[in-house]
Design a protein. Structure first.
Length: 445
């Protein structure tokens, strides 16, 4: 029996891929999972290749693991491997092999080759959708990600996803329902639906089938909650706000990556919206679903953004009062349509300006998030316990306003709490971007 350790990097969709690869390896009977890299015969570094900083993190992680565990084989998997393995394989001799992400069913063969001293670059050109029972998940107990589709056909001009993962390919509705049931059978409470754009589900062959899918999932028996992550603002189906307002199992949490507010910048990005359209979208969601929580991301420094356009973005953020917002600087990605919009030298000279703008916007939206959190103080909320602090009557969890890993947490003060359980609590305080809660009477025993 060989042992495999997976160092997972990047987004939630990458995490699903890591869990699928692990399931395929362990189902073979020849591999067992270890959470200790020192025990591993094979280390998979499941990389991100989306932007430059993520690629640097991925390479650093691989080099560190290679140095720390010289007796193990180290194989690069994931988006960086898919996008650049053929270019970097010769120079990155620290990696014993490379495996792409277009057909994960080949991971067993790739692992066997590496263990047999064959330094392969295995990048299948054809796609294959898999529905696998993931018996090990890298999420906290009680929560999981479920990927509805692969790739994207929107063609935002800055985005490398089509280069890495290709055009949109949605799973069959029946396969998604099957995966969902398997998650519930394993005691999962919170299922986070992920895709580049959930609302695009099924659109490669006709109209969107996302609402149809949601209705089938919501009709399943069991005590669970569904969180929706990543819905393109230009294609947001307003029926979602109505559905989240009436269906208890559908969390009123909307992750809508707006990216900017200036119409000129958005057109350069290949997007349709503007500040007025996006404010109208936000207002409509809130009018239809009073307890809605809205998260977004903003990209600073895209070609065409000057001080005037950035000021428009700042004014928009102030007016929108989003519950959560991530801020990041534009990464000039080779192969994307926007790559030639600005020369490399000019881009480097502007990086300090982009950093300063990012800090200004980040400070603004963080303050807004803190203010928005105050509305939950004094209210009751079900908290999914993620981690219990040893030897203290204290645990860390999340309520419905908080998505895994990207938003704040809830500190729960009480005895006898267990990870993976859902505890009705009273929210008593806000600490920065975190909330503090106590179990309701009779819940802390």
């Amino acid at each position: 029996m060989n042992y495999v350790y997976i160092e997972n990097l990047g987004c939630a969709k990458n995490q699903v891929d890591a869990e699928v690869m692990l399931a395929l390896l362990t189902e073979s009977g020849r591999w067992a999972h270890t959470e200790n890299p020192e025990q591993a015969d094979l280390i998979l570094v499941n990389t991100c290749g989306f932007i430059e900083s993520a690629r640097e993190e991925s390479i650093t992680a691989l080099l560190s693991l290679r140095s720390s565990f010289p007796d193990a084989k180290v194989m690069m998997t994931g988006c960086l491997s898919e996008r650049y393995a053929e270019l970097i394989a010769e120079d990155l001799f620290e990696a014993d092999g490379f495996f792409g992400n277009r057909d994960l069913s080949g991971v067993l063969q790739a692992a066997d080759a590496v263990m047999a001293q064959q330094r392969a670059v295995d990048l299948p050109k054809t796609y294959r959708e898999l529905s696998v029972d993931r018996d090990h998940r890298f999420s906290f107990p009680g929560s999981t990600y479920l990927k509805l589709s692969e790739g994207c056909s929107h063609r935002c001009r800055y985005c490398a996803i089509p280069l890495i993962r290709g055009d949109l390919r949605s799973k069959a509705v029946s396969d998604v329902v099957k995966e969902f049931r398997l998650a519930l059978d394993r005691g999962i409470y919170e299922v986070n639906l992920v895709a580049q754009d959930l609302a695009a589900f099924g659109t490669e062959s006709g109209p969107s089938r996302f609402l149809e899918l949601l209705e089938k999932l919501l009709a399943l028996d069991g005590e669970f909650r569904i969180r929706m992550l990543y819905i393109h603002p230009d294609y947001f189906p307003m029926e979602l706000a109505n559905l989240a307002n009436t269906e208890e199992k559908l969390l009123p949490y909307f992750d809508i990556p707006l990216q900017h507010a200036s119409a000129d910048v958005l057109r350069g990005m290949g997007r349709k919206g503007d500040a007025d359209a996006y404010l109208s979208l936000i207002d409509t969601i809130r009018s239809r679903c009073a307890d809605s929580v809205i998260r977004s991301t903003f990209m600073v420094g895209f070609p065409g953004e000057g001080e005037r356009e950035f000021d428009e973005l700042m004014r928009f953020a102030e007016a929108a009062q989003l519950d959560w917002a991530g801020v990041f600087a534009y990464s000039r990605e080779e192969g994307t349509p926007a790559y030639g919009d600005r020369k490399a030298g000019e881009h480097r000279k502007l990086l300090r300006v982009f950093e300063e703008r990012s800090n200004r916007l980040r400070e603004l939206v963080t303050g807004i998030s803190e203010s928005r959190l105050d509305r939950w103080v004094g209210r009751s909320m079900d908290i999914l316990i993620e981690e219990v602090i040893a030897q203290e009557d204290l645990a860390i969890g999340r309520g419905f306003p908080q998505a895994p890993e990207v938003d704040g947490s809830v500190v729960v003060r009480g005895a006898g709490l267990s990870a993976g359980t859902v505890v009705p609590c009273n929210i008593v305080k806000r600490n920065g971007i975190d909330l503090e809660a106590v179990p309701q009477e009779g819940q802390d025993d």
